[in-house]
Design a protein around this ligand. Structure first.
Ligand code: ADP
Ligand code: MG
Length: 617
């Protein structure tokens, strides 16, 4: 076959394929054009998932009549004038390819009037060719209607999904922009019905309510105190070299602003799709930043569950390259590490600071008004009375280190502000199945797993002591009256020998005693009541699978195992005082809602959920 230049219409279809794969891509491009034109009202209509018709109307600047034909030419754009402009792109568009591509594979109509003109223009194109053009009356703004997308590309039609799937995709696109532009009102109409509408009030929270529903939105916390956090901190070591060698040193230290909302641990998804990222208000897919969000929830979410988040990152236009992907879904950061850190820190701080969902500021506790019963029950007074009753302790809970000397572990620190309680004060109601503590809070009922909760308490206590090297309070180590000999068998002996340092760091005093034997002189204080040898063997045995863990990780696992072993068990009957003490100490935890292994410590049934379950509302 000889080499030939492609005919222009073939080339156009191929190029179109890169930008518009499906109706949702076309919707995205049209919405972006509307936003670039300064629209504050964007209306998206679709029929049959956009396959039959997709129309985007806006109240933006409009297109001057004489420029209208240019809009559909390839590489025709009003947004980019020189190659230098590419370094700081502030608009969504800049390639001048969208309208050209969309028009090439559809029947397209443009109705527009520029704000400086008396009359508008009406233009119709088929397969990219203008078939009619005339003066027309129209309000200022632009309406672009696309009909029969891919009518002339049979190959593409085969890959389209059902209208329902495509409609879902378009809906996701519209809602994504609504989240990024709370000041713009978005309306989505599907087959004649309004299926989504944002208010355009300028408040992200309003959009969250529309997007996630009220019940979910109430379980989300703003990133940063006033909904923003600025991290102009110095770059980490090593990043200097990176910056200098790529000639972008002037960007180092440019502030990264992170705003948005994150779901508290009570709101999770089975995958990462609940994490929506925006960079300079552009929706992006970024594995690294997604990971930053997930990591910020470390130990706070059960295994296999993922957070919900709307994270908006803003940074200098020159610090990010948006020109790496035809659909502009990916971006490249000059200082990826700093952006990663800023996102992780903002999310972590917000989650830790707002884990007392029900009474966080901002979101008004709606249920309170509708269900006065929870307040009338006087849980707060009763609880206060109970706590004042005296400090008897029926079973050994670790003594709390003095408050001043023991702030929460460093990761939990949120500036100098005192950490708000992560749980509302709870009143213990009783025990169920010798396993769960039932408690009542201002907004509903809590079912607390006594073992998991105690594990969390012991774990945080242990970590605090270690972090701040506190030596007062109870002994971290319990000396044995008589040293005991451990005969471990060769395999276990190997494990013990390998991890002697880690074992010592959690409180074991242990030394090799020849062959497979060890001499045990002391155990961690938490395990004082336990059989020393059995305890040690069980713990080492259970960490057998962790053979490949690095020293530090092994140690972290070891701490969790010690706490697990020391924690009260399921099946243990607790007295009222014991339960109150357990709940009180849990309230003081930085992350009371999960055990150190990430499983939930409690289930919360809000007053609203209970009412729903009983058919009261
Ligand atoms: P780009 O957005 O990359 O510039 P497009 O093909 O999407 O390329 O649009 C081409 C041009 O048409 C834009 O640069 C803009 O001048 C004009 N345009 C498109 N849509 C609109 C709109 N909704 N309002 C005003 N102008 C628009
Ligand atoms: Mg565009």
């Amino acid at each position: 076959m000889s080499i030939q230049l492609l005919a222009p219409d073939v080339a156009a279809k191929i190029a179109a394929g890169e930008v518009v794969e499906r109706p949702a891509n076309a919707a995205k491009e049209l919405i972006e054009n509307s936003l670039d034109a300064g629209a504050t009202d964007v209306r998206v209509e679709m029929r049959e998932g956009g396959l039959r018709l997709l129309r985007v109307s806006d109240n933006g600047s409009g297109i001057p009549a004489e420029e209208a034909p240019l809009a559909f030419l390839r590489h025709a754009t009003s947004k980019l004038h020189s190659a230098e402009d590419l370094a700081h792109i502030g608009t969504f568009g800049f390639r001048g390819e969208a309208l050209y591509s969309i028009a090439a594979v559809s029947q397209c109509t443009l109705l527009t009037r520029h704000r400086s003109e008396e009359f508008g223009v009406h233009m119709r194109l088929e397969g990219g060719a203008v078939v009619s053009s005339s003066r027309a009356g129209a309000p200022v703004g632009t309406v672009i209607t696309i009909e029969h997308l891919f009518y002339n590309v049979p190959a593409r039609q085969k890959f389209l999904r059902t209208a329902t799937t495509e409609a879902g995709q378009i809906s996701a696109v519209v809602q994504r922009y609504a989240l990024a532009y709370p000041e713009c009102r978005f309306t989505l109409i599907s087959d004649g019905k309004t299926v989504f509408q944002s208010s355009g009030s300028g408040y992200l929270l309003d959009v969250l309510v529309q997007h996630y529903g009220l019940e979910n939105a109430r379980q989300m916390a703003p990133l940063g105190g006033q909904g923003e956090i600025t991290t102009p901190e110095a770059p980490l070591e090593g990043e200097m070299d990176f910056g200098a060698s790529t000639g972008v040193a002037e960007n180092l230290g440019a502030p990264v602003r992170v705003t948005g909302y994150v779901g508290l641990p009570s709101l999770t998804r089975a995958n990462r799709t609940g994490i929506q990222l925006f960079v300079n208000r552009r929706a992006v897919e970024d594995r690294s930043l997604t990971h930053a969000v997930v990591q910020a929830f470390h130990t706070l979410l059960p295994v296999g569950r993922f957070p919900v988040a709307v994270v908006l990152v803003e940074l200098d236009l020159a610090a990010v390259d948006v020109n790496v992907h035809p659909q502009k879904l990916q971006v490249r950061f000059v200082e990826e590490r700093r952006v990663f850190n800023a996102v992780q820190k903002a999310v972590r701080t917000a989650v830790i600071g707002h884990m007392h969902v029900p009474d966080r500021e901002g979101a008004q506790p709606v249920e309170d008004e509708s269900t006065p019963a929870w307040n009338a029950s006087g849980w707060a007074e009763r609880r206060a009375a109970i706590l004042d009753a005296g400090p008897q302790r029926a079973f050994e809970m670790p003594a709390r280190p003095p408050v001043s000397a023991a702030p929460a572990a460093p990761a939990y620190q949120a500036g100098d502000a005192p950490r708000p309680p992560a749980l509302p004060p709870l009143r213990v109601v009783g025990q169920v199945g010798a396993m769960y503590v039932v408690a009542e809070g201002p907004q509903g009922m809590f079912l607390i797993d006594q073992h998991a909760a105690h594990e969390r308490i012991l774990y945080e206590h242990f970590m605090r002591r270690r972090t701040y090297n506190l030596v007062d309070g109870e002994a971290a180590q319990q000396q044995l009256l008589q040293p005991e000999t451990l005969h471990a068998g060769s395999e276990l002996a190997g494990l013990v020998a390998e991890h002697l340092d880690a074992l010592r760091s959690v409180g074991y005093a242990i030394e090799p005693f020849g062959g497979d034997s060890f001499l045990l002189r002391a155990v961690p204080g938490l395990l004082a009541g336990d059989d020393p040898i059995t305890g040690l063997l069980d713990i080492v045995e259970s960490l057998r699978g962790g053979r490949n863990l690095a020293g530090e990780q092994y140690e972290a696992e070891l701490v969790k195992m010690v706490c697990k072993r020391a924690a009260i068990k399921a099946g243990q009957l607790l007295s009222d005082i014991e339960m109150q003490e357990l709940v009180r100490q849990l309230e003081e935890c930085a992350s009371p809602r999960t055990c150190p292994h990430g499983r939930p410590t409690m289930i919360q049934l809000s007053a609203g959920e209970l009412e729903k379950a009983f058919g009261r509302i």
